[in-house]
Every structure is written in C-alpha cells, then in structure tokens.
Unconditional design. Sequence first.
Length: 376
Amino acid sequence: MAPAVIDLRSADDPQDVVHRAVQALAEGKLIAVPTETVYGLAASALHPEAVARLSSVKNRSAGQPFTLAIKSADEAPDYVPELSTLAERLARRCWPGPLTLVLSNNHPDSLVHQFAPSVREAVSPNGSIGLRVPAHELLLSILRLTAGPVALTSANRTGDRETLTAAEVVEALQDDIDLVLDDGQSKFGQPSSVVRIEGEELELLRLGVIDEKALHRLSCLIVLFVCTGNTCRSPMAEVLMRRAIAGKIACPEDELEDRGCMVLSAGTAAMAGGKASPEAVSVMTERGLDLTAHESQPLGERLVRFSDLILTMTRGHREAILAQWPEAEPRIRVLCRSQGDVADPIGGPIQAYRRCAEQIDDELESWLSELELPAR
C-alpha cells in the first residue's frame, strides 16, 4: 500500500499535520519528514520494532548507527552528561542546523542506557552516539510533542542518492513507509556535516552543508566585551584582551583566529559602523594598539549565543542582556571582579580614557587565567 502523502503547503491546519505525525510515531510507524538538508526517515526510539523496521527499509548493516534527532541543544546532556567545552560550543552555535555531532556516550547516566537493547545497538553500537537538532520548524514541532527522541536517517536505501523531494521519497521507498510529509524541495539539498568530538578535538567524518573552514570558525573560543555605544570602553577592552591572549599563547595577534581564539566587542545601544572615539584611539595608540579600523556593532542574539564569555562594563549592561537572553546567564559576567562598574569616559578628558584603559587592563589578567586557551 502506497504511503499517505500530506502536502504541507496546502494543508488547512499545519498543527493537525504535526499531531498526525506524532501519532504515527507513537504507533510505531515510519514517516518521511522534510529537513533543511535532505528528506529524512524517522522512527520513535521508544519502539524497538519501528527501529528494526527502519534498519530493514534502509538496508543498513550492523554497526552503522542512526542519528538521534532531539528537540534542542538543552537535551544533549541527557544523552552525553559530560559534554566537552567544544561539543557544547558547537551545539550552542549550530543547532538547530545541519550539523550532526558524534559524541561518546559511555556515561552511566546517559538516557541511551534506558533504551531497549536492540535500539541501543541501532543508535550506539560503538560507544558513541550521533545527535542532531534539525532546522525545520515542522520537524521541530513534531519532536517537541513526541515522547522521547526520534531515530533519524536519510530517506533512501543505503548506497542510493539522498532524496530532496517527497516525490523522490515515494519513488525510492514506495510502500515500505507509512506517511510522507511534503514541504517541497529541501533547502540545502545536501546532507548534514558529521563531526566527531573527542574531548577538545574535532574530526570531520562527513563533509556536508558546513564546510571545514566554517567548522573551524565555529569551534573558536569567543570572548565578547559589551558597553553601551561600542565606541570606547568595549573596543579598548577588545584590543587589550587580544594582545593579552596573543602573548599568553605566543602567537601574533593577526593569527589568533587561526589558533582558535576570537575577541569581539559590541554595544547594547550601538549603531552599526561607528568609529571608535578619537580619545580611545589616542590612548590605545599610546599602548601600541590600533583602534582606527574599529566599527561599532549592536549586540544581537547571534553574538550572545555564539560567545563563550561575555564581559560587561557595568552591572546594568549585564542586567540588560539577561533581561533579553536569560539563557545566557552562565556566560555573562561583569568585567570588574568587585562587581563595580567601569565608568564611561565619553565626553571626558583624555585622562579619563587613560584611567578607563588602566582599569580594564588590570581586570583582564584574572579572566585570562580562566580561559581554555590553545596550547602555546
């Protein structure tokens, strides 16, 4: 019997489609779903029979694990309780998105150990597990309402090309599946990149949407300084910290990114493209640092999400960021360990800028010692 096909683009009630898919998974059925990469084939990881059928339909040999699709990066520690810094960083920056992380799951508290033995063998045959949060709103809605994770693989037979449309799914798998959700052509038309993380080391197992150069940038340590206008305090902190890190790991400042470190600055009320104040430029020139090329930028969701450590000039800046992005709380700190503020020198004499730079510089050393920097 041919699978039921639902065209999402003409559905009267998209939420009804979500509920039908959730019910199908709960009943142990196989459903083909759109993702941002290629079409996927999904089965509930709580149904051993469905996962076994998934293996049969795929013609998947033993030892070739299925990915677990999860709701969000917040669920990753349920399966890998001791995420490395690098794994947490990539999950935070890339999910939802076209990246599959292969991680060790030997921890006794991993939820994988609660799966049926046959499911554990299907998703984690070699002591590791692949996790992904797809960037497709319909699939995310299904995952949010589904009990437990979903075993996910590309909707094709092993060795065949990936399917990019619902019609290709039906042609490839025919009556071996129960339901196909049609959302037109896949956005990227190529699979997710697959990366193995061992501690703080990254190994690219499959090149996909995210290329190797982008993965390197996404793996960098990012320190972000925040003030109000991003024209004096935070730009001075940025170049001072960049020099401090370069000295710590013994590399030229212009090679920091290649060594896996980025230092940025932004303002809670900044305009894009503004120049550093002349006084800040002058004070940094006195210290052998160049602020002439600085361009201000407003603080936004992407900067907050990507940054590993956000150092604010005042308590007010920290509170403003927390009000908008409370989930970033563990990564936001006031620069001054005393919880005091770095006074804004804007409009003051050059001496105020010098005092500001000295205060910032004095605080950086203690933060430098806490950063997980690359080896010299």
